[in-house]
Design a protein around this ligand. Structure first.
Ligand SMILES: Nc1ncnc2c1ncn2[C@@H]1O[C@H](COP(=O)(O)OP(=O)(O)OP(=O)(O)O)[C@@H](O)[C@H]1O
Ligand SMILES: [Mg+2]
Length: 670
């Protein structure tokens, strides 16, 4: 749920880190326990082998004694002296052999087991032995060697030094089985016995000898030297060996804290139960005296195969633990470095995945805000690269569509503007037509009412003028009346023309002819005004349906206006041509006169608009406008003040050419 609030990058980094940490954690645990187990197992394997070596050393000692006894027993002097009961000789030789062969005891009995000579303690002899080894030889007549527990009485018979060497004070030991006695007075020996035969192979005695193991460090030190080569770890011997009498250490090189050998200490209860009680070897960790050891114990048996002691080898656990710790720490170090390295890689991978997506998101955002020029630049060829590519294509398409839309809008606006202009023009045109129509009706009424009184004023004024021929004062006044009345009648005439509602009498005519005829009327006036008149007529124009008189009137008005505009002379050009769309015949009257100021252009077609004072009526253009309108044509003005004016009349073309020529011919005939 919380993941909703994290950025993609954070999510990627978190998940990568989880995978890395869990992976490294698990592999570390597995690795460490594997390594730890392997090291411990190796140590245990080694100590098992060491125990074998220790047994060899122990066995060798036993064999040495056995050989010594066997070889001594078959020496000739033995038979000889026994048969001759030469005790003194036996004593002397056996004492020497005991010393030479480093035996603690060397004793000879007769064939019943009665002691003849104790080489170590010759004083005591003649006693009957109760010794399992001697009994065994007496019955089996063979050489034998074995470890044996020797009672205090027997030890004392061998000598006080032997008895006191055996005596070991018990030291309280944690984890050992409690014992009530304070010291051990019996001893443990490796003993060998051999039969002595007479000349006829009859058994004449038993020779036995042996070495006391209590406080005898020869074997354990030899084991240490052979197996562990005196290796030390922090001033402690790595390897140790011990011989136990029962659970008691009687010969050892395990040291106590005070540097003395740990004689008198005892084995822990666990080991005791397994080795002494059950007779099984023990391989494993054990706390020995004052430190943890990797140990191996096995039972030592007597001739009757009763367990009487143990042989032990052990290695300090500390060096192995140190090795294991070292390996574990190295492993942890590597794991830690891996986590860091993998995290860095995960970070860069996450960034490289999330960065382009972020770029896409930002670009989309900007596009949403209207910036369509956005493009993302992602070079990779993977899915994100494809996405970026599609994104860019989409943006380009969007931009094009938007541009199209905008240009459509612009076109539409332009069209609306054009149509509005057209509408406005049409509206103007309608207003103008309306204005003219209503004005025409008014003018017709007024003209009709005024024309008759004006005629009678003129007639009577002329009569009075004739009567007062010589009266100068009245004559001038009368002339003014006549002039003004003429002017009035001119206005009335114009009004009548303007208002004449009579439908045009149309016929097919050649417009060029109409132009030529009208211009001819003005020939003298053109010359007088110092104007050059030019015709540019297209001779291939079709005949058009017009009221010739009315069109003549239009042309007259326009030519008069042009001449009025050029009081100092100029050029008058009249041209005819087809319109671009071939639907109209166009007539242009161009002058190089004063031109029309812009503000007047909209007014010049209004009736009575004039800039010519009393000389003009302001009806010329409005009359012309009405006529052209009756022909379904248009009349347009282009003018520039100081340069001149061009008036264009467009008249529609209708197709009835054959009729046209006939009528023209008729007219010519008349
Ligand atoms: N060719 C032209 N050059 C300059 N101004 C012109 C031209 N044609 C018309 N005008 C202007 O238009 C006005 C109106 O012309 P319109 O012909 O209707 O009346 P008018 O010429 O003044 O009087 P009338 O035609 O009755 O003699 C003129 O007074 C003049 O100012
Ligand atoms: Mg005029």
């Amino acid at each position: 749920m919380l993941s909703r609030y994290f950025s993609l990058r954070t999510k990627l980094i978190l998940s990568f880190s989880m995978v890395i940490i869990v992976g490294v954690f698990l592999s570390t645990i597995v690795g460490v326990s594997l390594i730890g187990n392997t090291i411990v197992k190796q140590a245990q394997d080694k100590v098992r082998l060491d125990l074998n070596s220790a047994r060899e050393v122990y066995q060798e000692e036993s064999n040495n004694i056995k050989n010594t006894i066997r070889l001594t027993a078959i020496r000739l002097f033995m038979k000889d002296a026994i048969l001759k009961s030469d005790r003194e000789r036996l004593k002397a030789v056996l004492q020497k052999i005991r010393v030479d062969e480093s035996l603690d005891i060397l004793t000879l009995t007769d064939k019943t087991g009665r002691v003849i000579v104790r080489a170590h303690n010759p004083v005591i002899y003649g006693d009957q032995l109760n010794d399992e080894i001697v009994d065994w030889v007496l019955s089996k007549r063979q050489v034998v060697a074995s470890t044996q527990i020797i009672s205090r009485e027997d030890l004392e018979k061998q000598g006080n030094d032997i008895a006191s060497q055996s005596r070991i004070e018990l030291i309280p030991t944690p984890r050992a089985i409690p014992r009530t006695e304070a010291e051990e007075t019996s001893g443990m020996m490796i003993k060998a016995a051999a039969p002595v035969f007479g000349y006829n192979d009859e058994l004449i005695g038993v020779l036995y000898g042996g070495n006391l193991l209590n406080r005898n460090y020869q074997i354990v030190d030899k084991i240490k030297d052979i197996v562990y080569k005196g290796e030390k770890y922090k001033e402690h011997d790595i390897g140790t060996a011990t011989i136990f009498q029962g659970d008691l250490r009687i010969s050892t090189n395990v040291m106590r804290d005070d540097g003395t050998r740990a004689i008198g200490t005892r084995v822990s209860e666990d080991v005791y139960n397994q080795v002494i009680e059950k007779g099984l070897p023990w391989i494993g960790r054990a706390f020995v005296v004052n430190a943890w050891y990797i140990t191996a114990y096995e039972p030592i048996m007597n001739l009757k195969e009763e367990i009487i002691g143990m042989l032990y080898v052990g290695m300090l656990e500390a060096p192995y633990l140190d090795l294991r710790n070292q390996v574990v720490f190295t492993f942890l170090g590597i794991a830690f470095l891996s986590v860091i390295l993998l995290s860095v890689i995960a970070y860069y991978v996450s960034v490289s995945i999330s960065k382009p997506i972020r770029e896409l998101a930002l670009a989309s955002d900007r596009i949403a805000k209207g910036d369509l020029s956005q493009r993302v630049r992602i070079e990779s060829h993977d899915e994100i690269g494809q996405l970026a590519n599609s994104f860019n294509q989409m943006t380009v398409a969007l931009q094009k569509a938007t541009e199209n839309y905008l240009s459509c809008t612009r076109t539409l606006e332009k069209k609306v503007e054009e149509k509005t202009d057209e509408l406005e023009k049409t509206q103007d045109y309608l207003i103008q037509s309306e204005k003219l129509a209503s004005l025409g009706k008014l003018a017709a009424g007024i003209a009709h009412e005024i024309n008759n009184p004006l005629t009678s004023i003129l007639i009577n004024s002329h009569l009075i003028s004739e009567m007062l021929e010589n009266d100068v004062a009245f004559g001038e006044n009368l002339k003014l009346i006549i002039d003004e009345t003429n002017r009035c009648s001119k206005i009335v005439k114009g009004l009548l023309e303007f208002s004449r509602q009579s439908p045009p009498e149309k016929e097919f005519a050649n417009i060029n002819e109409v132009i030529k005829k009208t211009l001819l009327l003005f020939e003298s006036q053109v010359l007088a005004n110092n104007v050059r008149a030019e015709k540019k007529l297209n001779e291939n124009l079709p005949a058009i349906l017009i009221d010739v008189n009315k069109i003549e009137q239009v042309l007259t008005n326009l030519i008069l206006n042009a001449l009025d505009a050029m009081p100092g002379g100029g050029i008058l050009v009249i041209s005819s041509q087809m319109s671009v769309d071939n639907q109209f015949v166009e007539v242009k009257i161009r002058d190089t006169g004063s031109g029309i100021p812009k503000e007047y252009i909209s007014k010049i077609f209004d009736p009575f608009f004039t800039t010519k004072g009393i000389k003009g009526t302001g009806l010329g253009l409005s009359v012309s406008y009405g006529i052209v309108q009756q022909h379904d044509g248009t009349i347009n003005v282009q003018s520039e003040v100081g340069k001149g004016t061009t008036i264009v009349i467009s008249l529609p073309v209708e197709e009835k050419k054959d009729v046209l020529f006939k009528k023209e011919e008729d007219r010519d005939d008349k």
